[in-house]
Design a protein around this ligand. Structure first.
Ligand SMILES: [Fe+2]
Length: 171
């Protein structure tokens, strides 16, 4: 489909993140099923609820634009999800390392989403103030999650390292 107007480009970018949010929602549920750290599990549960809200916010944006919920295949999201699933598989025998891999995967996803919403927010204020407000809300939640996950990474890493060291002494 060719994109010839700013409005068409905006709708395309929206359809891309709308699909990405759906893919990430499913992926986060899969990660939650494998996460062992309580802090990581709490963060995932909170962000799963936020992701549902974000999907609803995008639906509201579509309603304001008079467009039905368009969803294009987000190849970047598919790649990030596939990479995360591979790491889940590869760390299957080391739960603490798997938690680190989950946190890393979430961090990559959040930064992709942050870039996507920042891109949309360059054009959104020109289109409608309420649309911009809804997308900014999504962006703020993604930024908050990225910060939280990055703050949690050192302790997850330390936990994995201490388990590894303990295993060396006992083997
Ligand atoms: Fe997110």
């Amino acid at each position: 489909m060719s994109i010839e107007t700013m409005g068409e480009k905006f709708t395309h970018d929206l359809a891309d993140i709308f699909d990405a949010e759906h893919q990430f929602l499913e992926a986060q549920n899969e990660m939650l099923a494998h996460a062992t750290s309580e802090a990581l599990r709490t963060m995932l549960m909170e962000h799963i609820a936020q992701t549902r809200e974000q999907i609803d916010n995008i639906r509201l944006v579509y309603a304001m634009l008079g467009v039905t919920n368009l969803r294009t295949d987000c190849k970047a999201a598919a790649g990030l999800v596939a990479e995360g699933q591979l790491l889940l598989h590869e760390t299957a025998t080391a739960p603490a390392l798997r938690d680190c891999a989950i946190a890393d995967a979430v961090a990559k996803v959040e930064h992709y989403e942050i870039a996507s919403y920042r891109n949309l927010l360059k054009a959104a204020p020109e289109i409608d103030a309420e649309i911009a407000r809804l997308l900014r809300r999504n962006l703020e939640q993604e930024e908050e999650t990225a910060n939280k996950i990055e703050e949690s990474q050192p302790s997850l890493l330390n936990r994995a390292l201490s388990i590894q060291r303990a295993a060396q002494y006992t083997s």
